[in-house]
Design a binder for this molecule. Structure first.
Ligand code: BGC
Length: 497
């Protein structure tokens, strides 16, 4: 066989293998039906009490203790702290009472050693958060902290974007870390208490953390505040914004559930709320953990490896591992390494060990690289070539790049199609589309994937139309970006706490 023939045969074999992979990553309308039905079932199950929250594989469905939505007239200046994927943000939020707010903020990157080290302590992490809070206060509000212990108390909302077993509006214990955090000693501890203690130790005894909220809940509340067509919850009807969600490093969503349906709420709490005339509560679904039992989720061998070999929380957040920004690049990396192992790609490297170091390193391939490849229409996919060289030091041939682009599109499409499932399920379960005359609903979203990944939103919409909601239902859903809403939402929470 000539060199050319050999080259052609390898290219064909690669195309054949990629055809199979693309088919494996496809989410069909039948699968969407199955997934949506299973999601609704899991929501109902999750609203009932569970034996052991740490080991339970079901949908967590965490009551947030937020029982109303803002209508945009709320006013005040409040502090907010926000621990998200890899950043910590402290801000003061001024709510103007006219659906708008302004914010002063300081953002810091969490030091690697706190993210990566299982043996780091909670005191180290929360001590760091308190020191950043002090730096913010010294820069923006030195007058507020001058009096020390006798200074005027300041109310703060704390957005903490990990699964927390919330026990009241301002307390909750960490169920498990997600998104790469590993500090074992925080699990089972009250994160508000940990933060509050460190604030005290760091010259900030005047700050009172009065509300704890998940980023989805914060996003939902700030979306309600900003949206000026919100009905008041006091009407007993679900108002137009119905879901708050995040598609970023992680993924999750929350919605308004009828208190009477939240079976797991302690009887005395439930009675008290109902006696006060409250009808609904925001529930943080923690949908990243949808179908941890893998009853219906599409699963490739790459998903299994990522979960078992490379992730910090094996067996949990399996939906997130197929959908969120933290994992999209890792799926592609695993596929590429496997294709190389099968002798189908990157023939210049004879063994796995010879592959560029970055291609061998888990989580080294950022979803941002995929977003460039996704829309590359340059001749010979030059953009892709540069992107892969820059990010992984990986040289590629034009035909390899063509196949890599097909893989990228299959991976992102699966993610966006799966992302439609919880939205369709929540809308169907709550019957929202039928509750109002026009039945139009809003979904407030935030996160790098929904904001920046090219085509993600339209693929998600397409999947909504293919889901049991159908094209009719899809048309009534407005997906709105609520950028950086999670901190403003924490401030809103602190206002009513
Ligand atoms: C966390 C959620 C969070 C989501 C988005 C997930 O990994 O478990 O609590 O809302 O990421 O940040």
């Amino acid at each position: 066989m000539s060199f050319d023939d050999l080259h052609k045969a390898t290219a064909q074999a690669l195309t054949g293998a990629v055809d199979e992979l693309v088919a494996e990553f496809e989410v069909t309308p039948e699968k969407l039906d199955q997934l949506t039905a299973h999601f609704i079932e899991q929501m109902e199950k999750g609203l009932k009490p569970t034996e052991d929250k740490a080991t339970d594989k079901g949908l967590p469905m965490i009551p947030s203790f937020v029982t109303g939505t803002p209508n945009g007239t709320e006013k005040g200046i409040l502090l907010a702290a926000d621990l998200g994927g890899t950043n910590f943000r402290v801000c003061s939020v001024e709510l103007h009472g006219d659906h708008t707010y302004t914010m002063e903020q300081m953002k810091s990157k969490i030091p690697e050693e706190l993210l990566d080290d299982e043996n780091a302590t909670s005191e180290q992490l929360f001590g760091y958060l308190a020191r950043r809070t002090l730096a913010f206060m010294k820069k923006f509000h030195p007058e507020q902290i001058e009096g020390g212990i006798s200074a005027k108390p300041l109310r703060m909302g704390f957005t903490f974007s990990y699964p927390v077993d919330q026990t009241s509006l301002n307390s909750g214990t960490l169920i498990r870390w997600t998104k790469g955090f590993k500090i074992a000693d925080t699990i089972g501890r009250d994160v508000v208490q940990l933060y509050q203690d460190e604030l005290k130790k760091n010259e900030l005894p005047m700050i009172n953390v009065v509300a704890l909220t998940n980023d989805t809940v914060g996003t939902f509340l700030s979306h309600c505040y900003a949206s000026d067509n919100t009905d008041s919850m006091t009407t007993g009807e679900i108002s137009e914004p119905v879901i708050g969600c995040i598609f970023g490093t992680g993924t999750n969503g929350c919605y308004m559930e009828e208190i009477k349906n939240i079976v797991k709420l302690p009887a005395d709490v439930k009675k008290k709320l109902l006696d006060e005339g409250k009808t609904h509560m925001v529930v943080n679904t923690e949908w990243g953990s949808f179908d941890n039992e893998l009853k219906v989720l599409p699963t490739t061998k790459y998903d299994v490896d990522i979960d078992q070999k490379y992730s910090a929380n094996p067996g949990f957040h399996l939906f997130e591992k197929r959908v969120s920004g933290m994992y999209l690049g890792e799926v592609l990396r695993n596929v590429l390494v496997d294709l190389h192992k099968r002798g189908l790609i990157f023939a210049q490297y004879r063994t796995e060990k010879q592959l560029p170091h970055r291609l061998q390193t888990p989580f080294e391939l950022d979803s941002e690289v995929l977003s460039h490849i996704e829309i590359d229409d340059s001749t010979g996919l030059r953009e892709t070539e540069l992107s892969l060289l820059q990010s992984l030091r990986l040289p590629t041939t034009p035909s390899e790049r063509h196949e890599i682009q097909r893989l990228v599109r299959a991976i992102s499409r699966r993610s966006a199609y799966l992302a439609a499932v919880p939205i369709a399920a929540i809308i169907l379960k709550t019957g929202t589309l039928n509750k109002r005359y026009h039945g139009e609903v809003e979904v407030g979203c935030d996160g790098s994937v929904i904001e920046y990944y090219p085509g993600f939103r339209s693929m998600l919409r397409h999947a909504l139309a293919l889901s049991p909601l159908g094209a009719e239902g899809e048309r009534k859903i407005h997906i709105k970006l609520s950028k950086d809403g999670s901190s403003a939402g924490a401030a809103l929470c602190a206002l009513v706490a």
